[in-house]
Design a protein around this ligand. Structure first.
Ligand code: SAH
Length: 248
């Protein structure tokens, strides 16, 4: 049996922000393995498919990833059209490479369908260009998070050098992120924007300065949140009340 796996970006959350190609492939799938970030509404596109929840949180141990890889390979041995549905774009901070390697080793064919990554959805919600003319000519997608057993990462230097930075998985570590950027010489009044649940009706945003960022670590956020950094967000700051007042 010639099975194939499609690694599909689900987009940031809203069910109509998947690509047309991604939706069509979901409708034709025999089996769909999906992540924690995928909204239940999107699974209504594939009522015919066997659904497998491989939801993982960011504290994933590598054995759990190995287990997901195995489930993917097993699904492809059982079904002919398998979809691996991943939040945002599958190739950004999504451990796609491990899964592709497992498919390569097993000799299973695959294709990748890109998705709208959280940085772009958050920017659309905020109504702020990542590259506002005259202020920003480059954008960095980064994370401060280092997985268990991985080498330390020098994420600070590129953030200091970039005009606009987007930090994935950065809000829970807000205090460490702020301390590292301040120690690296970033100005305390640098404007930031935190966007939670981008693209969903429950979306919220908080403009704040780097000096205020440590407070965000204690916020009780309900969904995934992303941290945007750069001068392009200064106009938002001027409009904002204190970040805590906005949260309440
Ligand atoms: N592949 C995904 C990223 C996975 S890492 C993508 O391309 O978007 C998970 C991180 O993405 C979260 O910790 C958060 O920082 C960000 N994220 C994902 N969905 C989000 C959303 N709807 N709103 C805000 N941030 C989101």
């Amino acid at each position: 049996m010639s099975a194939k796996v499609w690694l599909i970006g689900a987009g940031p959350g809203a069910a109509d922000l998947i690509t047309v190609r991604g939706m069509r492939l979901l409708q034709e799938a025999d089996c769909v393995l999906y992540d924690a970030l995928v909204q239940p509404e999107m699974l209504t596109y594939c009522p015919q498919a066997e659904l497998i929840d491989v939801g993982k949180r960011c504290d994933l141990a590598s054995t759990q990833q190995a287990f997901i890889n195995k489930m993917l390979v097993d699904a492809a041995r059982k079904h002919s059209r398998v979809v691996r549905l991943k939040g945002g774009d599958p190739l950004l901070f999504g451990r796609a490479q491990e899964e592709l390697r497992a498919l390569d080793v097993a000799g299973i064919a695959y294709e990748i369908v890109p998705g709208i990554t959280a940085a772009l959805a958050a920017s659309a919600d905020a109504g702020v260009s990542l590259t506002s003319r005259g202020l920003a000519r480059n954008v960095l997608f980064a994370t401060a998070r280092v997985g268990h057993g991985e080498d330390p990462s020098d994420w600070v230097r590129p953030v200091l050098a970039a005009d606009t930075s987007v930090l994935y998985m950065g809000v829970k570590q807000a205090a460490e992120v702020a301390a590292a950027l301040l120690a690296g010489g970033m100005r305390a009044d640098t404007p930031l924007l935190i966007v939670e649940n981008a693209s969903l009706p429950s979306k919220r945003e908080w403009p704040l300065t780097l000096a205020e960022l440590p407070q965000a670590a204690s916020w009780q956020l309900q969904g995934p949140a992303i941290l945007l950094i750069g001068e392009v967000y200064r106009a938002k700051l001027a409009l904002a009340a204190t970040p805590q007042a906005k949260l309440a």
